[in-house]
Design a protein around this ligand. Sequence first.
Ligand code: NDP
Length: 453
Amino acid sequence: MSAYVKDLIAEVKAKNPAEPEFHQAVEEVAESLSLVFEKHPEYRAAKILERIIEPERVITFRVPWVDDQGEVNINRGYRIEMNSAIGPYKGGLRFHPSVNLGILKFLAFEQVFKNSLTTLPMGGGKGGSDFDPKGKSDLKIMRFCQAFMSELFRHIGPDTDVPAGDIGVGGREIGYLFGQYKKLRNEFTGVLTGKGLNWGGSLIRPEATGYGAVYFAAEMLATKRDSLQGKVCLVSGSGNVAQYTIEKLLSLGAKVVTVSDSNGYIYDEEGINTEKLHFLMELKNVRRGRIKEYSEKYKKAVYTAVDPKDDFNPLWNHKAHCAFPCATQNEINGKDAQNLINNGVYVVSEGANMPTNLDGVKIFLDKKILYGPGKAANAGGVAVSGLEMTQNSMRLPWSREEVDNRLRLIMKDIHTTCVHMSERFGTPGNYVNGANIGGFLKVADAMMDQGVV
Ligand code: NDP
C-alpha cells in the first residue's frame, strides 16, 4: 500500500469510525487510483478523491408508523447524497435490519463510480432503513413505505435525486413509495425508478441487473474466445438479481447448480431448469417463503443451512466454472475465494455490491481469473434505471428489444472501458483497476470543471 493510500485510509477511519464497509470500499478504490495520481498529480492537488469520500449531504430521519395491531414502531431512515458532479443523485433504497450509516455510505460511494461507468448522466446516492420487511403483511409494508416517504419526499425529485430498489425494496415497495410521493407533491414525475409498467416503468428494469451481470461475464469470456455455453455456474441469493441472473444463464446454455437465501443454500446437481426457476420465483416473489422449500419440492436437490459465524460458506465449495454472487456484501472471504479457485472457477461476475472482501479480491487478482467487480458487472440495473428516466422525460416507452439492446451495448461499453483503463494504467486484465479508474476519471474531470463546490 502506498504512503498516500495509507494516510488517506487512516484519516477516513478516524473521521468515520465504526464504518468498516465504507473503509473497505474506499481502500479498494484508493489503491487503484494511486496509479492515476502518479500520472496526474492535478487530481491529487485538487483533493478530488478526498472530496468524493465526503458525502455532499447525509440525511437521517425518524420513521414513526403504526402497524395493523395499532402498535407504534420507530425506524431510522437515511438518504446519502454522495456526488452530483455528472447528474442527479441516483441509487437504490435498502430495507434490511442490518442497514446503518456505514453500509449506506459504502453503497453510495460505489454507486458514484458505477453510475459514471454506465455512460449515462447520473450522480451517486443510496438510502434506506433498518426496517425488516421479512414476514410482514402488505398493509404493514404499505404503512411503513408511506411513513418513510412522508419525510424523504422533501429531499428528492426527478432532477435532484432519483431513488430505486435494492435489498428488501422491489416493485411492491416502489409502488407504495411512489403513491405517497405523488400524493404529497401532487405531481406525476419520474422520481423513482423500478416503477410498474403501466405507470411509468421501463421494460427490462426488473431483469436488468441480473442480465447485465451475465452479459458482463460473456464479454470477459469473449476476450478468451470462450462463452457461457455449457458452463457450470454457482449463484448465491434468490432475490431480484439472482433470479434474472439464472434466467439469462439458462438462455445462454449454462447450467446453474446453486441458489441461496440468508438461512442456507440449495445444491441441485441436475441444474435449475426453467420450471424450477418459475417455482423459485413464485416461492420468493409471491409466497415469500424460504429457499429450503425448493429441496422439499425437488427431492434430488440438497439443502444446507449456513451459519454466518462459520469462517467459510459451503456454497462456494462446489466444482464449477463460474460464480455469480448475487446476495449481499462480503459473502466471499479469502477462504471462499480460495475454495472457488480450487474447484476450478475462473470467472466471477458480481451481481451484488462488494460481495468479495479485500482478501478475496486479492486472491482473484493474484490468480488472474476473469473477475468482474460489482461496480462494473452489476451496473446494468442502474443503467436501465437511467433509461427509465430518459423514457419518463420523453413520455415515451421503449420496446423490450430496444431496452435490452441498449443494456447489452452499455455492458459492452463498460467492459471496454475496464479493459482500456486497466491497460492504460499498466495492469492489463485487472478489471478492478479498470472499473475504479474508468468510473473516477469522468467524475473527477467534471469536478475539476465545476470548481470547489
Ligand atoms: P433482494 O432483496 O431481491 O434479494 C436479496 C437476496 O440476498 C435474498 O435472497 C436474501 O435472502 C439474500 N441476502 C440478503 N442479505 C443477506 C445476508 N446478510 N446474508 C445472506 N443472504 C442475504 O435484493 P436484490 O436481489 O435486489 O439485491 C441483491 C444484491 O444485488 C445486493 O448486494 C444489492 O445491493 C445488489 N444490487 C441490486 C440491484 C438491483 O437492481 N436490485 C442493482 C445493483 C446491485 P433473504 O431473503 O433470506 O434475506
